[in-house]
Ligand binder design. Structure first.
Ligand SMILES: O=C(CO)COP(=O)(O)O
Length: 214
C-alpha cells in the first residue's frame, strides 16, 4: 500500500512531518510520500522522504504568472503530483493538460475523483493512479472505507474496466491502520490522507499507527 500524506495548507511543520514519514517508511519498508505546499518542496525533499506536489498548472514555460510549473516542482524534488484534488478542482481539459505537463517531466500522477463515475473518466486519461475521495467525508473522523465502501469498490471496478494498468487509491477520513487495511480489502492499492497526520498532536505516532494495518 502506498500512503500519501497531503499537508494541504495546514499549519503543521512540513519538515518535522517529512522526517517522521521518512523514518516510519524506512523502519517498516512501506512507501510513504509527503505532499507539502509548493514553496516547501525543496526542504521537504532534503529530508529524504518521497516528495509530491499538491498540484501542477496545465501550462508550459511562458507568460503564466502564479503558475506551479511541472518542471519547477520536479526541479525542487517532487517525484509526483496530485491533479484535480477536490479542493483544487480543474476542468477536464485542464486535467488533460496537467497530465501532459507531468509527462514532459518524470512526475508520477494521481488524478483525484469524487465518485466512481469520475474515477472511470479520469482513468481514461491514463494517469498512474486515480484517487477516489468523496468530498463530504474529507476532513472527517470516519474513513471512506467504513462510511462508504461501495464508493471504493465502485471506483476499483470503474477504473479496472477502463484501464487495468491504472491504480486506484482512496482517501477521506483515513487516520488509522484499520482504515488502511479496510481500504486494501476493498481493492485500493494506496491511500491519501491529510488531517489524520497533519493535525495530529504527534504525527509520528499517527504514521506508526497507519502502517500497522499493512
Ligand atoms: O483530501 C484528503 C487527502 O488528499 C483527505 O483529507 P483527510 O485525510 O483530512 O480526510
Amino acid at each position: 500500500m502506498f500512503i500519501l500524506v497531503n499537508l494541504k495548507a495546514y499549519p503543521c511543520d512540513p519538515v518535522a512531518v517529512a522526517r517522521a514519514a521518512r523514518d516510519v517508511a524506512d523502519a517498516h519498508g512501506v512507501r510513504i510520500a509527503v505532499a507539502p505546499q509548493a514553496a516547501d518542496l525543496a526542504r521537504v525533499e532534503a529530508t529524504g522522504v518521497e516528495t509530491w506536489a499538491q498540484h501542477v498548472s496545465p501550462v508550459e514555460h511562458g507568460s503564466h504568472t502564479g503558475s506551479t510549473l511541472a518542471e519547477a516542482v520536479e526541479a525542487n524534488g517532487a517525484e509526483g503530483t496530485l491533479i484535480n484534488h477536490s479542493e483544487r478542482r480543474v476542468t477536464l481539459a485542464a486535467v488533460d493538460d496537467a497530465l501532459a505537463a507531468a509527462r514532459r517531466t518524470d512526475l508520477e500522477t494521481i488524478v483525484c475523483a469524487n465518485d466512481p463515475e469520475q474515477a472511470g473518466a479520469a482513468a481514461a486519461l491514463s494517469p498512474d493512479a486515480v484517487a477516489v475521495e468523496p468530498p463530504a467525508l474529507i476532513g472527517g473522523d470516519v474513513s471512506v472505507a467504513t462510511a462508504d465502501p461501495e464508493i471504493v469498490e465502485g471506483a476499483v471496478a470503474a477504473v479496472n474496466a477502463v484501464d487495468p494498468d491504472v491504480e486506484l487509491f482512496c482517501g477521506a477520513g483515513v487516520s488509522t491502520g484499520d482504515d488502511v487495511e479496510a481500504a486494501r480489502d476493498l481493492g485500493a492499492t494506496g491511500v491519501l490522507l491529510a488531517s489524520g497526520v497533519a493535525k495530529a498532536a504527534d504525527p509520528r505516532s499517527a504514521l506508526e499507527d497507519l502502517v500497522s494495518g499493512i
